[in-house]
Design a protein around this ligand. Structure first.
Ligand code: IDP
Ligand code: MG
Length: 136
């Protein structure tokens, strides 16, 4: 069954720093995603802590929040059928070492922390994350 959905994608600092923005956007577009909204921003560490608060008990939480706020990021609202799941598939596994051929993280990810992209993990979280960055 296919349903039109929106999901939140972030091109993380490691990828922005390497000028991979356009290559990654081409991968989304070639997979049928429309980029409905996008902006390049740099967030405060406190905002990263809020965004990633589901991970606040994890040992990597502090480094993760420092990292996401360490440089410019591109935040995007992506739309296509089954966008949440299809974006997770296109991104590949969290650790680029485990990511399949043809995925963004396989192609561009450097390590488990510098894995180039974020994508919402459920439709419910997609709505929360889109609001987080695009509620005016
Ligand atoms: P996801 O980005 O594939 O959804 P999550 O488990 O939600 O992965 O973790 C969020 C982010 O935290 C990951 O993208 C990664 O950058 C970082 N991360 C996850 N697990 C580890 C770890 O074991 N060590 C360091 N960083 C991690
Ligand atoms: Mg996640």
């Amino acid at each position: 069954m296919s349903k039109l959905e929106q999901t939140l994608s972030i091109i993380k600092p490691d990828a922005v720093e390497r000028n991979l923005e356009n290559e990654i956007k081409v991968m989304f577009k070639n997979d049928g995603f429309l980029i409905l909204k996008e902006k390049k921003i740099q967030i405060e560490k406190s905002e990263a802590e809020n965004f990633y608060k589901v991970h606040q008990t994890k040992p990597f939480y502090n480094d993760l929040c420092s990292y996401l706020s360490s440089g410019p990021i591109i935040v995007m609202v992506l739309e296509r059928n089954n966008a949440v799941l299809r974006n997770r598939e296109l991104m590949g596994a969290t650790n680029p070492k485990d990511a399949k051929e043809g995925t963004i993280r396989k192609k561009y990810g450097i390590s488990i922390d510098k894995n180039s992209v974020h994508g919402s993990d459920s439709l419910e979280n997609a709505k929360i994350e889109i609001d987080f960055f695009f509620k005016d």
